[in-house]
Design a protein around this ligand. Structure first.
Ligand code: FAD
Length: 371
């Protein structure tokens, strides 16, 4: 089962990816601030299916500020959800702006349904991913559950079998998510003594730089997301991005910038080398485990961490759905607005993680120069 060519090796160098990221980050930043992309619908109150004695985070930083109906753009108000006008071109490729994508066998994660009454809208810009103080046994239990119950034994210590590329990729995608979350914590750290927010170099060194693989896994997630966005570019060209009057064109232009970056470097990640021998059991097994991790997110007791965890699992799950559940025919693609919003916001998470790695490296050099 082991592939001769390792599909996990990016064909672009890290410095090429850094340069591509530097070019695209301003557009991506503007994109996630647009009305279409900043309001995310999420159900934060699903029961944790894995344990019942959840501990609740009472830290103020853990709270999520809900966007009330009156503050939502008109297109997202409940009365308008069913009546959003679809452009002809969107209809041509079978898009539903708010359609409920109910295709479970294609989905890689458990989706919150935007058109159902469950859940709330959250303005992501007003609820940034950053240090919340969520830690200790509650957070450790979630990471343990994710790694020990849902990751394959990639070291091969439990069995003598070599671990196939697909299982290694699954582990590395989760590890990249963990590293990116840690980076956002370290980059937006609250100094409790001064009450100021800012980057914490020691945090970066202890949690991320300590293992170079963690950083490589951030880049892997980045190219998986970019590759997926590149693949659905014909679909995105016809998508009607509109939450506010007049927004569609500007958002469409920004999406084009991101797609151009994603398509610029087409062989960053060779997904065709994965699941190439059509092992359906392996695909099902990995998909089930990925869905399980998305369910575990409901057990994160810090609300804001849960919200960003769910969003990023949805973004990564959407990327895997694009790469492995669909072929190249855009007329077959079905995505909910939630998936599209999560996909681009998740790419933005990794894009800013890559940017902050550079900043931390600079801080390290400055520290050394002082010696
Ligand atoms: P942890 O990050 O808890 O790591 C536990 C162990 O996992 C480490 O000791 C190490 O052995 C291993 N490990 C660490 N990184 C990796 C990696 N990249 N790959 C593989 N193994 C690794 N806290 C916040 O302040 N803000 C947030 O937004 C936030 N979001 C979270 C979202 C989720 C889904 C979860 C589960 C937790 C979140 N937390 C958040 C908590 C945060 O991730 C840490 O658990 C917490 O800060 C304690 O960190 P730690 O240094 O003890 O190690």
């Amino acid at each position: 089962m082991e592939h001769k060519h390792d599909p996990l090796q990016p064909c672009c160098s890290f410095s090429q990816l850094d340069a591509a990221n530097e070019r695209v980050l301003p557009s991506l930043q503007n994109l996630v601030e647009s009305f279409f992309f900043r309001f995310y619908r999420v159900n934060l109150w699903r029961d944790c299916e894995f344990w019942k004695d959840g501990m609740f985070c009472t830290n103020r930083q853990c709270a999520v500020e809900e966007t009330v109906e009156a503050d939502l753009p008109d297109a997202l108000k409940s009365g308008n959800l069913g009546g959003v006008d679809l452009s002809m071109s969107s209809k041509d490729v079978g898009l539903g702006f708010f359609s409920d994508c109910n295709i479970p066998e294609k989905d890689w994660c458990i989706l919150d349904n935007e058109s159902s009454g469950d859940g709330i809208y959250v303005d992501l810009i007003k609820n940034p991913e950053r240090f919340t103080g969520y830690s200790g046994e509650s957070a450790a239990r979630v990471w343990r559950a994710i790694y020990s119950e849902n990751c394959f034994d990639i070291t091969g210590s439990k069995s003598q079998e070599p671990v196939c590329a697909e299982k290694r990729v699954f582990y590395r995608i989760i590890s990249g998510l963990h590293a990116s979350i840690s980076l956002h914590i370290c980059n937006n750290w609250l100094d409790r003594a001064t009450g100021e927010w800012g980057p914490n170099l020691a945090c970066f060194q202890q949690r991320i730089a300590v293992n170079p693989q963690y950083i490589q896994n951030i880049y892997l997630d980045y190219v998986v997301l970019a590759r997926a966005i590149g693949k659905i570019s014909p679909y995105l060209e016809k998508y009607r991005f509109c939450a506010e009057d007049g927004e569609h064109e500007e958002v469409g232009r920004l999406v084009k910038d991101v797609v151009a970056m994603a398509s610029d470097c087409p062989s960053t990640f060779d997904e065709k080398g994965l699941f190439a021998d059509g092992d359906k059991q392996l695909i099902r097994d990995i998909k089930d485990r990925f869905r399980n991790v998305s369910r575990i997110m409901d057990c994160v007791s810090c609300e804001k961490c849960r919200m960003w965890g769910k969003l990023q699992m949805t973004g990564l799950g959407t990327a895997l759905k694009i790469l492995f559940s669909y072929g190249d025919n855009p007329t077959e693609y079905r995505f909910t607005r939630t998936e599209i919003v999560a996909l681009f916001n998740t790419l933005h998470r990794y894009s800013s993680s890559i940017e902050s790695i550079k900043r931390f490296r600079r801080m390290e050099r400055e520290e050394l120069e002082k010696l």
